[in-house]
Design a protein around this ligand. Structure first.
Ligand SMILES: [Ca+2]
Ligand SMILES: [Ca+2]
Length: 245
């Protein structure tokens, strides 16, 4: 069997198409860091519901974001008052890990909250991590043009807040609506929900009505896209340039 020059060229071209096609279909690395914040240079990327309730505290061990009092803020529907939103970083499938410390005297509903999927002040999710659990505490909630509704299908009896720093991780995946919350144990979630009401949106930190500190925030994209169209990669470069250290 012999091949003339035209056939050789045709086969070579087909091989190039196959190779290029499989390269462009290769997924971007899920888990790529797209945002980091240590508050060593302030909190300019964050927008609170009441700026007077928040400050960046400097210590000899570094700086952190601190929620120091209840905010003067009237949400459109029953939902937390104290929120600082990370501006300009719209998140779809993502994982955020951060250090947190409650600074409120101990009581049953001693809480800190973590917010995601922000569309507007009447549409977002939040994870309420509270010392005691009931239908209004230590649950995942959706705010959907109405007072918050519990959506967690799994939770615990409560988060054992003390006066020390702890690690929280939140995972969000849009395809099946997954929201997971981890507290210190990064392998076993303390709360799980599935809800598709809100799509990609902003992340925030805060509390329903208590005080606390936040630091060392790392956000990873969990989006798996073709290598040429990864918004995570574009964001990564953008924030890489913006970072001052
Ligand atoms: Ca810091
Ligand atoms: Ca509370």
């Amino acid at each position: 069997m012999s091949l003339d020059a035209k056939n050789v060229l045709r086969i070579a071209f087909a091989a190039v198409v196959v190779v290029c096609g499989s390269l462009s279909a290769m997924p971007a690395a899920a888990g790529e860091v797209i945002f980091e914040e240590d508050f060593e240079n302030g909190a300019d990327k964050w927008k609170p519901t009441d700026a007077s309730a928040w400050e960046v505290k400097k210590t000899d061990k570094g700086s952190f974001l601190s929620l120091t009092k209840d905010s003067t803020y009237s949400p459109p529907h029953t939902s937390p008052l104290n929120i600082s939103w990370l501006q300009d970083v719209k998140l779809g499938d993502f994982e955020v890990t951060l250090k947190v410390r409650s600074t409120t005297p101990d009581y049953g509903h001693r809480d800190l909250c973590f917010f995601l999927g922000y569309q507007d002040p009447a549409n977002f999710y939040y994870c309420h991590l509270s010392k005691a659990m009931d239908d209004r505490a230590n649950q995942i909630f959706v705010v959907n043009d109405a007072p918050r509704t519990k959506i967690s299908e799994k939770t615990t009896e409560g988060v054992p807040w003390d006066d020390e720093w702890h690690t929280v991780k939140i995972v969000r995946k849009l395809s099946d609506g997954l929201i997971e919350v981890y507290w210190d144990d990064m392998d076993n979630p303390i709360m799980v929900a599935h809800d598709k009401t809100h799509g990609a949106g902003l992340f925030g930190v805060g509390s329903f009505d208590d005080t606390g500190d936040f630091d060392d925030i790392t956000i990873k994209s969990l989006e798996v896209k073709s290598s040429g169209t990864s918004t995570g990669r574009r964001r990564g470069r953008l924030f890489g340039r913006r970072r001052s250290r």
